[in-house]
Structure formats: structure tokens, C-alpha cells
Write a protein that binds this ligand. Structure first.
Ligand code: BGC
Ligand code: NOJ
Length: 812
């Protein structure tokens, strides 16, 4: 069943009912000010950090699930309604929500009155603008009231949810004309405040929640609105809000537009106070003056659209499959940008108060946005590397504001170091900028311990080289990519303080997944060293990689597939010998992606086993059979009920690894089949089963063992975005940045006859046509660049050449 449709021309998903199976959200903002916005107007705003600088309050885990937002109420006679349906839930005559790139437009109609709210964060300013347009579609004049509502958060979202003994006495506001200033904590150490305004004279306002909603009222039934007038309340302590009452009369056919703005102001140090405790309103007034008129706001919206159009034009595909086109050209790249902005911090499933930036997550996210914003990717790599320790290991997470490693979580996830090589190699392949390797980067953010980025990569590689177990395979530490595979738990005595995902680092448990990474990214490291002329070192890296390859074949092959790991007692994990958890997806994907076992015929066998044992109609599950009980030697993975999350859920993140692995073997039909199964646009028709947004990936879809098989969870902030884009753009469509230039290596369904791709690569435009007259799945028989046939399938990069016309013929 569908709850909307894609509008590819406008680059929007249009939702046609407010009653989506879950809130279907969008993100506003692409610099420092961000908002989450659902299809019914729910969500919240923050500046830079969703935990520490949250402007508006949101109630996670509430009923209904989506609770609190920027709400507009219309009161005409006794009818009170919202253009986005929530929170009054008054039935609308019509409704639509257009989620576009960086903006959302919600429209509702009731009794011949049209109301639409267009929300966006303009480029260059720290505010959310809501353009509210009301139109009388009837034949009689209409007089009604418009009320707005936002609830302020007292900045630190965790403190806001917990420290009521203090917080109920700190709230302070100031009201001046059509502006509400939220200045809680201003008198203290802060130099910031929020401003909430409307560009018209108001009939009334409220800033005290209880006055507006009533002691026993709620946003669904605000007392002030029911009574028809604001109370002009001034909050003192308790819960400050912002609400305006605008009285409107519209003649038949007439429309009026109002601009509401929620802004964040951070005074410069010298302008902190006009006088003690009195906020400096100058910067707020400057901000407001930029968005007073409809044409100012329309210009800002147009600039935002241009921004996104330009960004996404860096990679486009034209082919017969419109779902493929809309994912590649619009939504997958958009989601990659959102993961750049948000990491794993703020979504409807990540509360914005928990995780900082993940080391491995950020390195992988980079794979999805490096072609869009190479400069920011460069900075991101340097920030991540600065949280590495001298021995090559790394803080698992760091704080976005301070960029310092998170000591509470610490280190010990032994895949982390190699992800730095993965991210850096992707950046160099994209940009050709080897200069990044000369940048001096601190260890553990201590500048006295700075070394070149190249030295950081050396330490990464060395960490895995030296931390190996009894089978010469990499030690897993606390976990590898699979956070929940905590194989060293076993070495801890289970007592009251026992934690399933505790910081135990064991001496023995080994990971085949890290072995695959070591071979794959070791090869990249080798290529980098060769390019730099460090030939001896490159040879040593090569020899180490070859030794790891052999160790995998010797101790990591189970007969039909690659083993997953050895636990702390050196027992096999992910083996046919195990009672449960016989086969895992991760090593099949990563070992084959690394090329392990290809020439020996093992890779093909492993992928056949994936299809045979792990595949389902909704995607490939993480493992089979799922764990039916808790295993002390496995840790958190077995805490999940069968079919959920790491215990046999369809982890969308590692499905593309299998799809890429299939392309390694030239299986274009199967690779595309795997791609389609978890790709949201192809799931639109089963939105009632899938339930999350059909325009973005979710982290997980319930596996075959779960009662709700096919139901997705944790949409938006997932490494799936980057990996699926890497898969579809570089391996299926086959436009792959390489150290030497752009490689053309498609691996597509045999039914695909023609592809047209445009790609910006190293500041040059590539116009690529791929023809597949004989319906093959892989292989280029002829490649011409600017009319000249070239050998091989890498287009040599010519410094200064700004455009390349490429025609590739597929065939054997
Ligand atoms: C989840 C993982 C996640 C981890 C983050 C676990 O509970 O299952 O998917 O990576 O928490 O800390
Ligand atoms: C989500 C985490 O963000 C990611 O780092 C991890 O690899 C996966 N879960 C699998 O556990």
C-alpha cells in the first residue's frame, strides 16, 4: 500500500495522508542550524549539537509517537484544526506533505480554507523559516484566528529531561512587538538565546506553557485557542513556549502569507550583554530583517534549491528504471548528506543525546559524500585521525563540538583503525590529493604528539598486523563492525557487575571480518605507498596482506562459507559446527570484496551459501540460524530476540557488501537483485509492511525469524546510505574513482541496454554512455574517450582537461 508518491521533477516525496505507518520525516539545514520535521509538523531544532544546544523540546517515546513540533492552529468559529493534522487530529478535507531537499511543505484544507506551511533553514543563517500561506477558496468572506506554537528546550536536552528541581525555576523570556526572546540561562555563562517571531502585528501571544495549554490541557486542546484568545503570558520558570495569535480576514479568493522564524543567536564575546542580564537584540534584528517579506523568503528558498540541484548534479544516471534513477540521483545522495550532517546523533530513533561521532561510522559515511563535498571530507578525515592513539587504535567515538575522543566509551573496537585507511583511500581516489597525507595530525588530540596523516595510516595498519591471535587472524577486541559480537565477554566472570557489552578486551578472540578489511584496505595502503615511492614499505605491506590472505584460507574457511570468528576460547563462531549462528553475512561480503578466495573458487561458493541460507524476500539476514537463547561467549548479539538487529535482522548496511561481492564475480543480475531488495523506492508499494519512509534507507528490516518480517526500523542515520551509494554508483553502474583515474566497470542486469551517466570527478565533467547491445552482465569490449579508443577501463586523468566524453561498449 502507498501513502504517497515520488515527484522526481520537483525532487520530492509527496505524502497524501497524515496517517503514515510511522512518522515520515525530513531534515532541514545543511550547515550549523538543523531541524527534524515530520509529515505532521513534529520535530525539533538545534544548533550544531542536538544534545547541548537544543532550541525546541521534543518528547521521544511518547504517544502518539510523534510528539511536539512547530504547530499552527486555525480557529474558524468552533473548528480548530492544523494544516499538518497534528496535534488536534481534526479531519481535513485534503492534506499533503511534500518532503523536498532541505525543505518541507505541508498543506491542509478545511471548510474552503487552504493553509500551507513551507519550512526550511536558509543557507547562511541560523534559523528555521516557516512561510505560512492562507487562502480563502470559498465564496464568502472568512474571519479566523491563526495561532502558532513551539515549546522551548532549556538548551541541554538531557538536563532538560531530568533536572526539574532546577529547570522549573530558570525559564526566562522577553517579548517585544512580534518577537519572543527565549533567554533562559542567559544571565549565567551563556551568550546565546533564541528568537521566535512573526512578520505581522499580533493580536496576542503566550510564552508560558500552562497559560496557553491550560493546567490540564495539551497541545491537542490548548485552552487559549479553545477560548479564542492568547493570554499574553510571560513565562517565569516552568516551561517557556512561543505562541502568536494573528487575526485574519480573507475575502473570497484572497490569500495572505506570514513569515514565522525561529532563530539562534550567539553573541560575539564583546557583545555578550548590553548590560548584565539584558540580551543584545541587535543580531536578532539583523537576522529578522533578512526574512521579513515573502520575496526575501522565496529568494532564500530558491537559493536552497539551487544549492541542492548543484550538489546532486555531480552524479546523475539516466536509464529505463525510474526507481533506480530517483534513488541514485536524489534520495540516496541526499541521505548521504544527512549522515554527513547528523552522523548517528538526531533522528526519530536516535535521541540526539547519546552518541557522538563514531570513528568507524564517520569513515564509512565519507564513502557516500566524498564526491559531493571533497573539502569537507578532507577536514572530516583529519578530525577523525586526531582521535587516534599512538598505537594505532582509536577512540570509538568523539564529540562533534570539541572533536575530542569520548573517554567513557574508550577504544578497543579493533576494526576502527582500518576504517581510517578506507576513508583516506576513498578521498585520494576521488580527489587525487595525496597532499592530505602530509598534513600534521595529533594523536589523541595532543598536538605535542602530532605526526603526518601517512604515519597515522601506518599505525592503523600496524595495529592489525601486530594484534593477531592464535590463527594469525586479527584480534577482535571488544567488537568489530558488529558491535554486538562481544566475544571476549567470556573471559569475564559473570557477576553482578557483568555487562554484556562491557569494555573487556580479550587476548584470543579473532575476526574474519577484520581479516577481510585488512586485505581490502591493505591493498589500498600498498597502492598509496607505491605512489609515494616507498617501495620497500609497500612490499612489506603486500607481504603482510598475502600472509593474511593465506591465514583466511587456512583457518577461516568453513567448507561452504567463511567463518565469522573465533571466540575467547578459540571456538568457531559462524561455522557449520555451531548449533546456532552457523553462517554470518559479514565475512562473506568483506572477504569476497577483498578478492579472497576468488581464484580458488571459494568466493563463489560463499555467495551461493549466502543466497541459499541467508536470503529472504526482503533482503539478506545477518545470520542463520538465529540465536534462540543468551550465549555468554557471544555477548549482546544474543540479547536480541531472533530476527531483530544483529541477531538475524536484515542489516541493510551489509547487504550492499554482498551485492558488491557479486559484482566482483561478474554477477550483474544477482547484484541488482540484492540491491533492489532493500532499496526503499522499490519497497514503496509495501509501505504498510516496511513502515519507514520509502525514500530513505533504514538500518534494519526485521528478519525471517521475527514476527514482523519485513518491518524496518531506525531510518535515516545509517552507514547503509554510504554503502548502497558506493555499491550502485561504483560497482553496479561501475563508475569507480581509482588512484589512476576514473574506472568504467559496470556490472548490470543483462536486460539493461543503455546507461547515461554524468559525473564530476576531480573538477572535470565526465559524460558517459554505456551500451550493452548483447545483454552481458560485466565487461567492457571497447572504451573511447573523446572519440579515441583507449586500452583498459581506466580513463587517464589529464590535468587541466575539464570535460570528457566517454562511450563504453559492454561485451566479452
Ligand atoms: C546496537 C548496535 C549499535 C550499538 C551502538 C547496539 O545495541 O544493536 O546496532 O551499533 O548498540 O552502541
Ligand atoms: C550501528 C553502528 O552505528 C555501527 O557502527 C555498527 O557497525 C552497526 N550498528 C552494527 O553493529
Amino acid at each position: 500500500m502507498n501513502y504517497g508518491y515520488f515527484d522526481d521533477v520537483e525532487k520530492e516525496y509527496v505524502i497524501t495522508t497524515p496517517k503514515t505507518p510511522l512518522p515520515w520525516i525530513n531534515y532541514l539545514g545543511c550547515e550549523n542550524f538543523f531541524s527534524l520535521i515530520s509529515n505532521t509538523g513534529g520535530g525539533y531544532s538545534f544548533y550544531k549539537d542536538a544534545k547541548l544546544l537544543r532550541l525546541t523540546r521534543y518528547r521521544y517515546n511518547n504517544t502518539p509517537l510523534d510528539n511536539n513540533g512547530r504547530y499552527y492552529y486555525i480557529k474558524e468559529n468552533d473548528t480548530i484544526w492544523n494544516p499538518g493534522w497534528q496535534p488536534t487530529q481534526t479531519e481535513l478535507d485534503s492534506y499533503s506533505c511534500h518532503h523536498g531537499l532541505g525543505y518541507t511543505k505541508m498543506s491542509g484544507q478545511k471548510n474552503n480554507l487552504d493553509a500551507s506551511v513551507t519550512a526550511f533553514v536558509p543557507i547562511g543563517d541560523n534559523c528555521e523559516i516557516n512561510k505560512v500561506t492562507l487562502k480563502n477558496n470559498g465564496t464568502e468572506s472568512k474571519t479566523f484566528s491563526l495561532f502558532s506554537y513551539v515549546e522551548f528546550c532549556l538548551w541541554n536536552a538531557v538536563d532538560d529531561m531530568t533536572n526539574f528541581q532546577r529547570n522549573y525555576s530558570t525559564g526566562e523570556v522577553e517579548v517585544e512587538d512580534s518577537c519572543i526572546y527565549h533567554k533562559t540561562e542567559y544571565r549565567e555563562r551563556r551568550n546565546h538565546y533564541a528568537v521566535y517571531s512573526v512578520n505581522a502585528p499580533v493580536t496576542g501571544f503566550d510564552t508560558d506553557r500552562e497559560s496557553f495549554l491550560g493546567t490540564y490541557g495539551s497541545p491537542a486542546k490548548p485552552e487559549a485557542i479553545i477560548n479564542g484568545s492568547s493570554k499574553d503570558s510571560i513565562a517565569s520558570g516552568w516551561s517557556p513556549i512561543g505562541s502568536f495569535h494573528v487575526s485574519i480576514t480573507l475575502e473570497p479568493g484572497e490569500e495572505k502569507t506570514y513569515i514565522f522564524l525561529l532563530g539562534y543567536i550567539e553573541n560575539k564575546e564583546e557583545e555578550k550583554w548590553e548590560s548584565f542580564g539584558v540580551i543584545n537584540k541587535k543580531p536578532a534584528r539583523e537576522l529578522l530583517s533578512k526574512y521579513q517579506t515573502v520575496s526575501q523568503v522565496d529568494d532564500a528558498l530558491a537559493a536552497l534549491r539551487t544549492h541542492w540541484d548543484r550538489l546532486l548534479s555531480r552524479f546523475t544516471v539516466e536509464t529505463a528504471d525510474e526507481k533506480l534513477c530517483r534513488m541514485v540521483n536524489i534520495w540516496n545522495q541526499y541521505q548521504c548528506m544527512v549522515t554527513f550532517n547528523m552522523s548517528r546523533s538526531a533522528s526519530y530513533y536516535e535521541s540526539g543525546t547519546g552518541r557522538g561521532m563514531g570513528f568507524r561510522d564517520s569513515c564509512q559515511d565519507l564513502l557516500g559524500f566524498v564526491h559531493l563535498i571533497p573539502e569537507s571530507a578532507r577536514q572530516r578525515i583529519l578530525d577523525i585521525a586526531a582521535t587516534q592513539f599512538e598505537n594505532g587504535s582509536a577512540y570509538h567515538q568523539y564529540q562533534p563540538l570539541t572533536k575530542k575522543g569520548n573517554a567513557d566509551i574508550g577504544s578497543g573496537f579493533n576494526d576502527d583503525p582500518l576504517w581510517l585507511i578506507a576513508g583516506t583511500a576513498a578521498y585520494i581516489k576521488e580527489t587525487g590529493d595525496y597532499g592530505i597525507l602530509d598534513e600534521s595530525v595529533a594523536f589523541d588530540n595532543d598536538l605535542s604528539k602530532a605526526e603526518s596523516l601517512l604515519e597515522h595510516l601506518r599505525r592503523s595498519f600496524k595495529f592489525t598486523t601486530t594484534n593477531r591471535g592464535p590463527h594469525n587472524l586479527p584480534l577482535i577486541g571488544r567488537a568489530d563492525w558488529n558491535d554486538c559480537l562481544n566475544l571476549n565477554c567470556f573471559s569475564k566472570v559473570p557477576d553482578e557487575s557483568f555487562q554484556t557489552s562491557g569494555p573487556s578486551e580479550g587476548p584470543v578472540a579473532e575476526s574474519l571480518f577484520i581479516a577481510g578489511m585488512y586485505v581490502k584496505y591493505g591493498n589500498d595502503f600498498n597502492a598509496i605507498l607505491n605512489h609515494l615511492g616507498h617501495i620497500d614499505e609497500a612490499n612489506t605491506v603486500n607481504a603482510n596482506v598475502a600472509a593474511m590472505y593465506d591465514s583466511v584460507l587456512k583457518s577461516g574457511w568453513d567448507g561452504e562459507w567463511f567463518l565469522r570468528a573465533y571466540d575467547a576460547a578459540s571456538e568457531k563462531v559462524g561455522s557449520n559446527e555451531c548449533e546456532e549462528g552457523k553462517i554470518f553475512i559479514e565475512p562473506q561480503g568483506f572477504c569476497v570484496m577483498a578478492g579472497i578466495g576468488v581464484k580458488e573458487g571459494l568466493a563463489a561458493k560463499a555467495l551461493v551459501s549466502v543466497e541459499k541460507y541467508l536470503d529472504t524476500q526482503y533482503g539478506i539476514v545477518l545470520l542463520q540460524p538465529t540465536y534462540s537463547k543468551y550465549y555468554l561467549n557471544l555477548g549482546e548479539i544474543s540479547t536480541y530476540p531472533p530476527g531483530y538487529k544483529e541477531n538475524g535482522g536484515i542489516f541493510c548496511h551489509n547487504n550492499p557488501w554482498i551485492s558488491i561481492a557479486e559484482t566482483v564475480l561478474g554477477h550483474g543480475n544477482r547484484a541488482f537483485d540484492v540491491y533492489k531488495k532493500t532499496c526503499p523506492a522499490y519497497l514503496e508499494d509495501i509501505s504498510d509492511i516496511h513502515r519507514t519512509e520509502p525514500y530513505v534507507y533504514s538500518q534494519m528490516i526485521a528478519g525471517i525469524d521475527a514476527p514482523h518480517h519485513g518491518e524496518a526500523k531506525n531510518s535515516w542515520l545509517t552507514g547503509t546510505a554510504a554503502w548502497t551509494f558506493t555499491n550502485v554508483s561504483q560497482h553496479i553502474l561501475g563508475i569507480r574513482p581509482d588512484f589512476a583515474g576514473l574506472m568504467i566497470d559496470p556490472c548490470i542486469p543483462s536486460t539493461t541496454k543503455k546507461l547515461k551517466i554524468t559525473r564530476v570527478f576531480r573538477n572535470a565533467q565526465y559524460n558517459i554512455i554505456i551500451k550493452n547491445p548483447n545483454g552481458v552482465e560485466k565487461g567492457i569490449s571497447a572504451l573511447s574517450v573523446d572519440g579515441k579508443l583507449i586500452d583498459g577501463n581506466i580513463i587517464p586523468f589529464v590535468e587541466g582537461q575539464k570535460s570528457y566524453d566517454v562511450v563504453a561498449f559492454m561485451g566479452n
